[in-house]
Structure formats: structure tokens, C-alpha cells
Write a protein that binds this ligand. Structure first.
Ligand code: MN
Length: 236
């Protein structure tokens, strides 16, 4: 498979593939309704690398807690929205990010592993992207393992597809709770760094944010949403 080297503006040349066998969800989940997905293999299936006890605690205790606390955060934010009381917004947004990312990343971690030996050979589309973006599997693995080994403290290493640049990228997440839910696609973003408003508003960020609403480009938000929905037919 040939992939462009400089301009990635053409639609992805990936052939259509079915959605992964297992993800946090492939359907809409109402607030507070996330469930711990079952492991797609037995707890002792990865013994050659990861022991049964570790896998059982990791999945049934750690991942379960993320799911429970994600539900709690979503329901608390729903209550705040209903009551119009956002005094605890920072707390619940942090909980939403920490536990949402924990749920998503663990779900992806379980299915990033398989008891059957894949032989270390990527399938054709993955191979083409790894060739273009890293110069082949050995180079990809050199960077991935170096990045994984260099994560400070607890964290993650992830091979990601960047839909904006249409390319693969290896990223570290040193603290997945740093206010994002990994895997999300931003649709509407407001820059609240001081450089975005300071000359006119100085320290009055709230006034800038209030005025900013009048600038929102809703047709563009609609286009972005439709674009990513079209690219992910399993999401709705
Ligand atoms: Mn974990």
C-alpha cells in the first residue's frame, strides 16, 4: 500500500475495517451507565507475560473503580447542570477526566493484548502507516519502547492515529487525569490562555468567555461532528 509522504489531506486510504472487537462502548451511553467490559480472554490467558492474579486485580478492582467513579462524576455533573450549581465544577471535571481516561485506556489495553501469538507482523494497512510514519516495525518499536520506558512515574504509552494530520504518532500520557479523556475529538475549543484575551480583558477571563459565545461557528461544529461520525459508523 502506498501512502502519501507530504500531504495527508486526502481521505484515509485505509480499507474499511470492522470496529474493534472490544471498546469502552460502540453505542451511546447515557450519563452514569458505563459498565465494566468483560475481559475478552481468561484471567490466566496471558500467563506467559502477565500472571493471573495481577490481571484479575487490574481488571476487576482497578478498572471497575474507574467505571464506578466515572458514573458518579457524570451523574454529579448532570445534577449540577439541573440545579445550575457549578461550585464544585473543578472537582467533577477532574473526576470526569481521570476516570473517563482510565475507563477508555484500560478498555484499549485489554484488547491491545492477545493470548494468541500474532507473530509480530502487522496487517497491511497498519504496516503501510508504520512504514511511512516510522520507517517500519523495528523503528516503530524502538521509539515506542523507548517512550514507554521513559514515562515518568505511572502512565501510558500509546500508538495513536491523529485524524487532523492523518498520521500515526507515539505519545506518552504521564498522568492520564490531566483533564482530558483520551480518544476524544475536540469539536469546539475556546483558548483561555491569557494571550488570547489579556490586552482587552486583562484578568477578566469570565467576561471574555461570556462575549466569546457570540463568535461560535456552529455550522463548523456541525461539519466537524458529521465528519467524525461519518468516519466512525460504529459511533452514534
Ligand atoms: Mn492500569
Amino acid at each position: 500500500m502506498h501512502l502519501p509522504h507530504q500531504h495527508y489531506t486526502a481521505p484515509s486510504q485505509c480499507t474499511h475495517t470492522p470496529p474493534p472487537q472490544f471498546s469502552p462502548t460502540t453505542h451511546y451511553v447515557p450519563p452514569g451507565h458505563h459498565v465494566l467490559p468483560p475481559l475478552p480472554y481468561a484471567y490466566n490467558a496471558l500467563e506467559k507475560v502477565i500472571d493471573e492474579r495481577t490481571l484479575r486485580i487490574h481488571h476487576d478492582k482497578h478498572h471497575r473503580k474507574y467505571v464506578e467513579d466515572l458514573n458518579k462524576a457524570e451523574l454529579s455533573l448532570q445534577a449540577a447542570l439541573t440545579n445550575g450549581d457549578f461550585t464544585c465544577i473543578k472537582h467533577w471535571e477532574k473526576e470526569l477526566a481521570f476516570n473517563g481516561s482510565g475507563h477508555i485506556l484500560h478498555s484499549l489495553y485489554w484488547t491491545s493484548m492477545s493470548p494468541s501469538d500474532s507473530g509480530g507482523q502487522p496487517h497491511p494497512t497498519t504496516q503501510a502507516y508504520l512504514d511511512r510514519d516510522f520507517g517500519g516495525v523495528p523503528h516503530f518499536w524502538a521509539q515506542f519502547s523507548a517512550a514507554a520506558n521513559a514515562v515518568e512515574g505511572s502512565g501510558w504509552c500509546a500508538l495513536c492515529y491523529n485524524p487532523y494530520f492523518r498520521s500515526l504518532v507515539i505519545l506518552q500520557a504521564e498522568k492520564h487525569q490531566n483533564l482530558t479523556q483520551w480518544g476524544v475529538v475536540p469539536l469546539l475549543v475556546c483558548d483561555v490562555w491569557e494571550h488570547a484575551y489579556y490586552l482587552r480583558y486583562q484578568n477578566e477571563r469570565a467576561q471574555y468567555v461570556k462575549n466569546w459565545f457570540a463568535l461560535v461557528n456552529w455550522p463548523e461544529v456541525e461539519l466537524r461532528l458529521a465528519h467524525f461520525l461519518a468516519g466512525r459508523p460504529d459511533q452514534r
